[in-house]
Design a protein around this ligand. Structure first.
Ligand SMILES: Cc1cc2nc3c(=O)[nH]c(=O)nc-3n(C[C@H](O)[C@H](O)[C@H](O)COP(=O)(O)OP(=O)(O)OC[C@H]3O[C@@H](n4cnc5c(N)ncnc54)[C@H](O)[C@@H]3O)c2cc1C
Length: 431
């Protein structure tokens, strides 16, 4: 601390990380008339996250609307998509739920600078680029009172604030410094992905996911007519991807059932890989501090929840803390409310995503659901509400179990009476 100096009067909030979560939190807090320092270590205002398939789940579309960003993103080429799911019982395809808004897909090279510009243009936000959070400032009682940031010349500054927000991604330095409890849970898969131009995949603009159990693959149409193809194999396949990522990606995706036209397409840009995708779940608050986005919750990317959860947690955080930062409520109560809302809304999703990322096969319940969804419209609707994170797993189960039973019993009766089945062969299930 000896070489650092205090830069300005205290802020209401200092946000570390100017990506999806950080820009959302900074924008919404400043719109309430508060002063926010938004610190980003990347000096480039057009910087963006390199490895991400940016399928923003529909549960977060409301946040984009509230930010006033949705129309602009559509103008910038964002695709409005749903998800097609390949399972060994067949495809689960749209049209699905009429009440679920379509998801949003736009490359991070467009999305991230847009979000940063939106935050920087918000009165009350000071965007500080090219400086890294290095230390937390604490008072005598241990409550966080700001951060020490360091510029590229090595000069350090202290930024004091009533609230410090760590929105600095899955390897969050703020979380590490705060020593909040964290759980790390194995992910048996890694990811390689690249953009391609060429014939669109079936279902375009909808994204396609292949649940190859336990391997996974994806095709995400995005802006400018590009498609991101992604392979998420288990770790035993890593050597071939390390040897020649481009060839391994092409070969993996072209080998899957109902393969998309990757071999008829041209790769544009590098193949990006992410080998360690350990799930990291952290307690999202401590005195004077909150975490949002991947800093709080970095999950297996296959189900495409990270961007949406980053936007949503940042929104919930802003809603919770604004009254406290305006002096109308104790900050500790507001942080408590934020943590409870995040756990309440996301806890069950986290549980189901984390257990499947460990490399296990689909369990009996999941097999019943996927199989029924290939044959019955009602189950497709329920599955979409769950997969887009618009309803929680327990809520889903309460409606899916009777629906699955009805689908399978219907199939049995039809097959006994000799009438044709609704779709694919019913699965054999041992419940
Ligand atoms: C292979 C892969 C595919 C994915 N596909 C999807 C998908 O299809 N859909 C989806 O929703 N999610 C997907 N994700 C997840 C998604 O990328 C993340 O969940 C999302 O980027 C989290 O946003 P964030 O704002 O919390 O953090 P990030 O986007 O990681 O941003 C963190 C920011 O903090 C800055 N920073 C870090 N440390 C410091 C510091 N010390 N000081 C100052 N600044 C700092 C960084 O430079 C960065 O700008 C995928 C992830 C992977 C790995």
């Amino acid at each position: 601390m000896s070489q650092s100096e205090s830069r300005s009067e205290p802020y209401d909030a200092v946000v570390v990380g100017a990506s999806l979560a950080g820009c959302t939190a900074a924008t919404l807090i400043a719109r309430a008339g508060l002063r926010v320092a938004l610190v980003e270590k990347n000096p480039d205002p057009a910087g963006f996250k390199r490895i991400c398939s940016h399928f923003i789940q529909s549960s977060a579309v409301g946040t984009l609307q509230r930010l006033g960003a949705l129309r602009d993103l559509e103008r910038m080429g964002a695709r409005r998509s749903r998800t097609r799911l390949w399972t060994r019982w067949g495809w689960v395809v749209p049209p699905l739920s009429p009440t679920v808004p379509a998801s949003v897909n736009i490359r991070r090279s467009r999305l991230d600078p847009f979000m940063r510009e939106m935050a920087a243009q918000t009165p009350g936000v000071d965007l500080i680029l090219g400086e890294s959070a290095e230390e937390l400032v604490r008072d005598g009682g241990g409550t966080v009172r700001g951060v020490v940031i360091r510029d590229r010349s090595g000069k350090r500054h202290e930024l004091r604030a009533s609230l410090t927000i760590g929105a600095d991604g899955r390897d969050s330095r703020v979380a590490e410094l705060s020593q909040v409890p964290a759980r790390r849970l194995t992910n048996a898969r890694f990811a390689y992905a690249a953009y391609y131009e060429g014939p669109p995949p079936a279902g375009d603009p909808d994204g396609s996911l292949w649940v190859l159990d336990p391997q996974m693959a994806a095709a995400f149409p995005t802006d400018e007519g590009l498609t991101m193809y992604a392979a998420m194999p288990t770790h035993d396949r890593l050597p071939e991807f390390k040897r020649d990522p481009g060839r391994a990606l092409d070969s993996f995706v072209s080998d899957i059932p109902d393969a998309p036209p990757i071999l008829a397409s041209r790769r544009v840009g590098p193949v990006q890989g992410k080998i360690d995708m350990t799930n990291v779940v952290r307690r999202s608050t401590a005195p004077g501090l909150a975490l949002a986005g991947d800093a709080a919750l970095a999950l297996d990317p296959f189900w495409g929840v990270g961007c949406g959860f980053a936007l949503q947690t940042a929104e919930w955080l802003a809603d919770a803390v604004v009254p406290a930062l305006q002096g109308r409520q104790p900050l500790a109560d507001a942080l408590d409310a934020y943590r409870k809302r995040s756990v309440g809304r996301l806890g069950q999703h986290v549980q189901s995503i984390v257990t499947y990322s460990g490399g296990r096969r689909l369990n009996a319940g999941e097999r019943v659901v996927f199989s029924a969804a290939t044959r019955g419209e009602r189950m497709r609707v329920l599955l979409e509400e769950l997969g887009t994170r618009n309803v929680a797993p327990l809520h889903f189960l309460g409606r899916a179990v009777p629906c699955a039973i009805a689908t399978h019993v219907g199939d049995r009766l039809r097959s006994r009476s000799g009438s044709p089945k609704a779709g694919h062969e019913p699965m054999e299930v041992a419940l």
